[in-house]
Write a protein of this length. Structure first.
Length: 280
């Protein structure tokens, strides 16, 4: 089975559009503020994608473009303005920030209820304590949404996540635990990695090595979610050697066209969740 991301993203998109319409009927319009420092080429490209996606679902946007050399005090002042603006419901800070800005201080300063990209330690803590009011990182949530969309029962499943970062592996493990799965986290020092992954019902890869995982890492019953984004031979590919593995496993997500497609819609869905949190 091919676990395409587009049908999942389309469902989330439809839910967002419905929610936006309901808010507009009540006289409110969901709004995201993008906080960008400088004009890095990849930031501009990402910004354009976010703005385009927002337009398709009816979410308003504000781009706050700050000078590359902005000082910490001025940055925090601008962030606080957005924190206090009742008409701004979600804040997206483009990272990495310039080295002279204190990312940790900024992560503590952003309003947790407007933090749609899970930058705040308050949201991270809520993910780890199982508090549903927390806003989870987008990519881990996208993994769960894909599996649920394709009707995989996660309860009791043995899951192996090959990544231990705070961006993917650790929060994803917490989300799987919340679904009553049994989770193993692997990393670069894991011994006999292929034996560990072969025993799992579900394998999530996120090592950043193009086509690293071949057929010997999986069984015929494996459900494989590839979160890797790499380039090999000038083409985008995942961590899994898709051509060699796809016919040997039960289900697999492609790259491109898998998790990344869903992640962009998860980000926008967080604006709707943020609005609900702000009304509590």
């Amino acid at each position: 089975m091919l676990l395409k991301g587009q049908p999942v993203a389309d469902k989330i998109k439809a839910d967002i559009i419905h929610a936006v319409e309901e808010y507009k009927k009540a006289g409110e319009t969901p709004k995201i503020a993008i906080l960008r420092v400088g004009a890095r080429e990849d930031d501009i490209a990402y910004e354009e994608r976010v703005l385009k996606n927002c337009r398709t679902v009816g979410i308003e946007t504000e781009v706050v473009a700050l000078d590359l050399n902005i000082d910490m005090e001025s940055f925090i002042k601008e962030l606080n303005r957005l924190n206090q603006d009742v008409n701004t419901h979600g804040i997206l800070i483009f990272r990495p920030l310039p080295a002279h800005l204190d990312t940790e201080e900024i992560s503590r300063a952003i309003s947790p209820q407007k933090d749609i990209d899970c930058m705040s330690p308050v949201n991270i803590e809520k993910v780890f304590t199982g508090d549903s009011d927390g806003i989870a990182p987008c990519t881990p949530e996208a993994v769960i949404e894909i599996l649920k969309f394709y009707d995989f029962d996660l309860q009791g499943k043995n899951v192996t996540v090959v990544n231990r970062s705070m961006v993917l592996g650790k929060p994803l493990a917490m989300l799987f635990l919340a679904e009553n799965a049994t989770v193993t986290i692997c990393h670069s020092k894991t011994r006999a990695l292929n034996e560990v992954t072969r025993r799992a019902d579900i394998v999530v890869t996120g090592v950043g090595r193009g086509k690293y995982f071949g057929p010997d890492y999986f069984s015929k019953d494996s459900i494989v979610i590839d979160v890797g984004i790499n380039f090999a031979g000038g083409k985008l590919c995942g961590d899994v050697d898709f051509d060699k593995v796809s016919g040997q496993v039960s289900a697999i997500s492609p790259v491109p066209g898998g998790v990344g497609t869903v992640t962009s819609m998860i980000l926008l869905s967080h604006v709707i969740k943020a609005m609900k949190l702000q009304k509590k």
